[in-house]
Structure formats: C-alpha cells, structure tokens
Design a protein around this ligand. Structure first.
Ligand code: KG4
Ligand code: ZN
Length: 331
C-alpha cells in the first residue's frame, strides 16, 4: 500500500507543510515570517499568530503541489517540540484536528531528530552508525545515530547555540536578524584576520557565550580608537567571527570521530547552510578519510520535509502517538 504522509512544522518562525509518498518528497512548502527583524529577534506571541494565519494556506499549497487531495493522506507527522510553545501549539492542534477529521494516525516528531533524518530524503544517505553535528538557532549537538529511532547525544552546548552565536554577534555588528546568512555572505568578501578568545570546555560539549563577549570587548576597544571600525572592517570581522565558530564546531567533531572511531560524518540544522562550514567539513573529511554528508540547502533550515521523513520512519515502526499528545517546549 502506498503511504502519503503530511508533515507539519511550526516550532519557531517558519510554517511548513510537506507531502511524502513512500519516503519520497512530493512537495515542501515554507512560509517564513519576516516581521521579527524589526525587533532584532523572534517575538513568540507574534510567531504563533503568524503560524495561525499561514498554516491552512501552506498545507493547501503542499497538497496542490503534490497533486493530491487531503482525503488521500494516510498519516500526519507534526513537530511536537522542542521549540516555542505557542508556535508548536498551532501545528499540534492543527494536526490533531486533521487526524481526528480523517481518522488517521498522528506521528509526534522531535524537531532535532528530524534535522538529522533530513539526510534520508536524498541519496547518498549516511550509513549507521554515523555522527551528526546538529547546529541550529537553539541547539548545538553532536549526535551518534545508530538507527532512525535510536540516537545518543555525545556533546551539546552549555550556553548559546552556534546559530545564536551568529545572530547575537550580528546584532552587535548592526546586521538584521537572523544574521547567520548575512555573516556567511560578508565573510566570503573578507579575510579572517582577527582572533578571539577560544573556549576551554572539556569533553565534547560546546560553549559560545565567551566568544560573543570576547568579540564585544574587541569591538568596543577598536571603536574607541576608530569609531568607524565596524563599517570599514565589516567583511573581515564577519570572516573572523565565522572562522572562530567553525573552528569550535570542527574541533569537537574531530574529537568525537577520533573517540568513537566513526568516520561517517554529517551536519544538519540551519547553521549547516553556512558555506564556510560546508567547505571546511569537506576539507577536513578529505584529510581524515571521512565520508561526509551535507544536506541540500532547502533541508538545512526549518522545513516540513524533514518532519515527514522522520514521520515515515515512525510509521514503518508503528510508532504512533495518541490524540492526547501535548506540545513540548523542551524534551
Ligand atoms: O534550524 P533553524 O532553521 O531553526 C532552528 O531550529 O533554530 O536554524 C536557524 C539558525 C539561525 O540562527 C540562523 O542565523 C542560522 O540558523 N543560519 C545560518 C545560516 N543560515 C541560517 N548561520 C550561518 N550561516 C548561514 N548560512
Ligand atoms: Zn530547526
């Protein structure tokens, strides 16, 4: 029997819907919210209201692009968490209503695991066990993936996430939110000539808050000498910030591979869209004999295709949720 899965994503500021047929994506629609930039960050109440406005239209568009009617959907996969509670509630409530109306099962998806499982949307897929550096706006993790349903977090950030490091530094530099993609673009026009304090964290955990402070103090010092320091050196500052973040990420990934003996290495999450990180992973991979896996750009930042993919694995394993599931800000 062919299985159509409707995936729904609403954990942060992107409303997503995707249709998957037997593990293949037929459509993947995302409505991004632009009205947070004026506040320099995501306003949770604004985000949940925007999800309410977009969700029906986004689902309709995904169905239309896939060329199917909602009656043909066999199961609905929805992000249960982690994320902003008000935002998650919109997707979860919508999914429950559809599941109830069509009398189809619901699949409760962990957003972070879905970022990892995005690697199974397209070939080549990583072979188990593999390591995945999952880097987003709220999380930074090194995950050992034994199977689609079995993952172990080997290391994580003890303070800011990598995406936050990009976004908060961007704010100091006067760049609009989210600053990650902007820093990425400007970094390619500059040189990493400035260096900042490196974190000294044991094991496979990460820390980014010290880097942010080090950048802030460096800029304050330079601005005292030259008030135009940021504007005249913006590209080089971006290149330096990006290099520092990538160096922190890569050093722990290299350590995790050496400790576990695993050479199948993937990256996932919004920050995996970063061109510098993507090319550094490939370079390090060639040097250390890794097989590296980098998701297509459209599956790096938040999307519903990855939610449908995670749902497909749950469906195959009959890992169904009940209509009593609750959105969870944290797991
Ligand atoms: O995975 P994601 O879309 O949402 C969360 O689950 O958080 O990640 C969003 C994060 C933001 O911090 C954004 O600045 C960062 O990913 N990001 C990037 C790039 N594209 C998105 N960071 C660096 N370079 C990029 N090209
Ligand atoms: Zn995400």
């Amino acid at each position: 029997m062919s299985v159509y899965i409707l995936g729904i994503e609403s954990s942060c500021d992107d409303t997503g819907a995707a249709i998957m047929l037997d593990g293949k994506i037929l459509s993947n629609v995302t409505a991004s919210q632009e009205n947070h930039a004026a506040y320099g960050g995501i306003v949770p109440e604004v985000a949940s209201r925007e999800h309410q406005l977009h969700i029906t239209r986004v689902v309709d568009k995904a169905l239309k692009e896939a060329g199917i009617d909602i009656q043909q959907v066999n199961a609905i996969a929805v992000t249960q968490g982690p994320g902003l509670l008000g935002s998650l509630l919109v997707g979860v409530s919508f999914a429950k209503s559809v599941a109830m109306a069509l009398n189809i099962p619901i699949l409760a998806i962990d957003h972070m695991k879905a970022h990892v499982l995005a690697h199974f949307i397209d070939d080549p897929c990583p072979k188990f066990p593999f390591l995945c550096l999952t880097v987003s706006g709220g999380h930074t993790q090194i995950v050992k993936v034994d199977s689609p349903l079995q993952m172990e977090i080997l290391g994580k950030t003890i303070d800011d996430a990598a995406g936050e490091a990009f976004d908060k530094t961007g704010k100091i530099l006067g760049l609009p939110y989210p600053a990650g993609p902007q820093i990425d673009k400007l970094a390619h026009l500059g040189k990493a000539v400035f260096s900042f304090a490196e974190p000294n964290i044991q094991g496979l955990d990460f820390s980014f808050s010290g880097l942010k402070t080090s950048i802030l103090y460096f800029l304050q010092k330079e601005m005292k000498i030259n008030p135009n320091f940021i504007t005249t050196n913006l590209n080089d500052i971006c290149a330096s910030v990006q290099k520092s973040i990538i160096d922190i990420l890569m050093s722990k990934l290299i350590k995790a591979s050496a400790q576990s003996g695993i050479k199948e290495i993937a990256i996932a999450g919004g920050v995996s869209a970063n061109k510098g990180l993507r090319s550094q992973l490939e370079k390090t991979g060639r040097e250390l004999g890794w097989n590296t896996y980098i998701p297509h750009i459209s599956y790096c930042t938040d999307n519903a295709a990855m939610i449908a993919m995670a749902g497909y694995f749950d469906f195959q394993n009959e890992n169904f949720a009940g209509l009593d599931i609750a959105a969870k800000a944290r797991f």
